[in-house]
Design a protein around this ligand. Structure first.
Ligand SMILES: Cc1cn([C@H]2C[C@H](O)[C@@H](COP(=O)(O)OP(=O)(O)OP(=O)(O)O)O2)c(=O)[nH]c1=O
Length: 191
């Protein structure tokens, strides 16, 4: 089966490579990522991954992998910050407390769609003005749910997680490998 990555995220491509998987093609889906009013965060992230997987055309021998990552703090959904001001607001909100990072993965083939939701709890230590200003200046907040990337400098803010590190980065590898194997996608054997 041919693996198609339905995501523009370079992190997801790298995480797949970690499993020894190289997609035949990358076809990001362009969908409306606005949460519905009052939408439950878990329902929202599952819907996003499903819609990304369903938005693409699918050949008979193709398997599409799509995912969505969202940060939730209380009932608030923190998507990708629109600008530096919003990134600062997110970082202060996360400072000194725990939040959840939800990643939904959807795998679709001619037989239908299978999906999993992975919930990881992340704790930020209390941040200082210097932490927040330095992080904003790094630009690493851009394009990241919640305005940070655990795999970069923000690793210094995170003394503890419970769940899936790869899920926080954007693709929970254990669950993804299981879903892909069920669809007949396996890493090629090394020569
Ligand atoms: C919390 C967190 C998020 N992220 C990234 C992963 C995702 O790329 C991004 C969340 O945005 P998504 O909407 O999940 O994905 P995307 O827009 O990058 O790509 P596509 O919709 O085409 O699949 O945040 C990190 O890289 N590290 C982190 O610690």
């Amino acid at each position: 089966m041919k693996l198609i990555l339905g995501s523009a995220s370079p992190r997801r491509l790298e995480l797949l490579a970690q499993l020894g998987l190289v997609p035949e093609a990358v076809r990001p889906a362009d969908i409306d990522e606005t949460p519905a009013r009052g939408e439950d965060p878990r329902a929202y992230v599952a819907r996003m991954a499903r819609e990304k997987a369903m938005a693409l055309d699918l050949g008979a021998d193709e398997v599409i992998l799509a995912a969505d990552t969202t940060v939730t703090c209380g009932r608030r959904i923190l998507g990708k910050p629109a600008d530096e001001k919003e990134a600062a607001e997110f970082l202060w909100l996360l400072s000194g407390r725990r939040h959840h990072v939800l990643t939904a993965v959807a795998v679709r083939d001619a037989g239908g769609l299978r999906a999993r939701l992975v919930d990881t709890v992340v704790r930020f230590r209390p941040l200082s003005n210097a932490d927040v200003n330095g992080y904003l200046a790094s630009g690493e907040w851009r394009g990241k749910a919640g305005g940070y990337a655990i795999q970069g400098r923000a690793g210094a803010f995170i003394p503890w997680i419970q769940g899936s590190f790869t899920g926080v980065v954007g693709l929970p590898l254990a669950e993804t490998a299981t879903l892909l194997a069920a669809a007949g996608v396996f890493a090629k054997e090394m020569p």
